[in-house]
Write a protein that binds this ligand. Structure first.
Ligand SMILES: [Zn+2]
Length: 445
């Protein structure tokens, strides 16, 4: 834009002026606020001197450079999970994707935090059959016992009937996953063998259920027999039914395993069994998965779960920065504007509340700080006329405070500190609205 403006300028400009302008731009560019922060300030109606830490906290926003870093890393590890199918992999004769030094460090940091390595990421199978919808029999609602609304005794009886009538010549395997505060684990059991493993706790229950089925096909299946695999994960079976190239990697891996077996003319039927229905097969797999203390660890980790962990982590960063700053002591746990705005009627109210919450509302003391007012003191109390003084202690407003407390049935204790006061007014829509009513009687701008 700048160069266009210069070239279209018809008035001849001395070259020295152009140079000094560019130099000036270069010098001030160091101090220019990143545009996202500027946008946030404008959107929230906060003045330029609002600390960034407070601004990002009240906006409930991820820090921009953290977001850029996160997106780069997430893109990279998704490519790792695509393995040989990644276009980045193919374009290079060397099967290695390069990150710049900063991203490489950030990526290494993330992996070190999680205590994982690249080779643990679940990748797409190298030979990828075009996913199609009917890779095997998947029963989600085909049978009477799959109606969870029925009494458990009936579910159990109907289950046994279905198995003996529909699946007599199938070899039965049951799988399950479990997630507690200590372990994330998976298990599988058949009449011949069982297994149970712990896996990385970052894996979601969805990934773990899918991995349990993968492991069961590897460890428990018998040659020359059709397999009936029981699982209580409706979502995994649904994902398998709606297979596409965008499905989670673990689902594509599972589909690949099923297709490999189908090539050997062995059928697999996947049947959803409602959990907690006293079906003995389920209970066995469930208890195996829950009692994993002594069992082995397998190192698989889903890229989707790493990405969602990282997103959550990165979004929480402004909150953590705020908690570690001096502002926590003054302002308390600020709510995000996204939650308080639901209780406010218009932009004017949004702005007043964000300014009150960040202590950025214009008062004589604040104006004095910036040389815009000559008297920072309250004429009645002879104390600095800050927002704390006006709202919490100024003698002028004692009756208003009484009325406020009476209306909301509160004690005057709420005026003991600014953070207690903020916490109180943000506790409900009614509190906020009564506060906005009261504010009209105060001498603030
Ligand atoms: Zn006063």
């Amino acid at each position: 834009m700048e160069s266009v403006a210069f070239s279209m300028c018809l008035v001849p400009m001395p070259i020295s002026l152009v140079q000094s302008l560019t130099n000036y731009r270069r010098r001030i560019s160091k101090f220019v606020i990143p545009s996202k922060l500027l946008h946030l300030r404008v959107a929230l109606g906060l003045p330029i001197w609002t600390p960034n830490i407070v601004l990002l906290k009240i906006a409930g926003q991820e820090i921009l450079f953290e977001k850029i870093k996160r997106l780069a890393i997430q893109f990279f590890i998704k490519q790792v999970a695509n393995g040989v199918h990644s276009p980045l992999f193919r374009q290079s004769s060397n099967p290695c994707i390069q990150l710049n030094k900063k991203d490489q460090e950030a990526c290494a940091g993330l992996f070190a935090d999680l205590n994982i390595t690249f080779d643990q990421i679940i990748t797409l199978p190298n030979i990828l059959d075009v996913p199609h919808n009917d890779i095997c029999e998947i029963h989600l609602t085909s049978f009477g016992f799959q109606d969870k609304a029925q009494p458990t005794a009936l579910i159990k009886a109907l289950f046994e009937e279905t198995i003996s009538e529909e699946f007599q010549d199938y070899f039965i395997i049951a799988t399950d996953a479990s997630k507690s505060q200590f372990y994330t684990s998976l298990a599988g059991t058949s009449n011949l063998r069982s297994f149970s493993f712990r896996i990385h706790p970052i894996n979601s229950i969805f990934t773990t259920e899918a991995l349990a089925i993968c492991q069961a096909i590897d460890d428990l299946s018998v040659p020359d027999s059709n397999l009936l695999i029981l699982t209580d994960s409706f979502s995994v079976l649904q994902a398998l039914k709606n297979l596409s190239i965008k499905s989670p990697k673990v689902i594509l891996r599972l589909a690949h395993k099923i297709l490999m077996r189908a090539k050997l003319n062995q059928k697999i039927a996947l049947v959803w069994t409602p959990g907690h229905s006293s079906i003995a097969w389920n209970e066995r797999a469930d208890s195996l998965a829950k009692n994993v203390t002594e069992s082995d660890y397998i190192e698989w980790i889903a890229v989707e779960d790493i990405c969602s962990y990282y997103s959550k982590f990165s979004i929480q960063k402004p909150t953590e920065n705020f908690r570690n700053s001096k502002y926590l002591e003054i302002l308390g746990e600020l709510p995000s504007i996204l939650s308080t705005a639901l209780w406010l009627k218009n932009r004017r109210e949004d702005i007043i509340i964000t300014r009150i919450l960040t202590r950025m509302i214009i008062t004589p003391a604040l104006l004095h700080r910036f040389g815009l007012h000559n008297n920072p003191f309250c004429s009645v109390c002879n104390q600095e006329n800050t927002i704390e003084h006006i709202l919490l202690t100024c003698k002028k407003y004692l009756p208003h405070r009484w009325i406020f407390c009476l209306k909301l049935n509160l004690s005057l204790q709420i005026f003991s500190s600014y953070k207690v006061f903020l916490f109180t007014i943000c506790s409900s829509k009614h509190h906020l609205q009564v506060f906005l009513q009261m504010l009209k009687l105060f001498y603030i701008y």
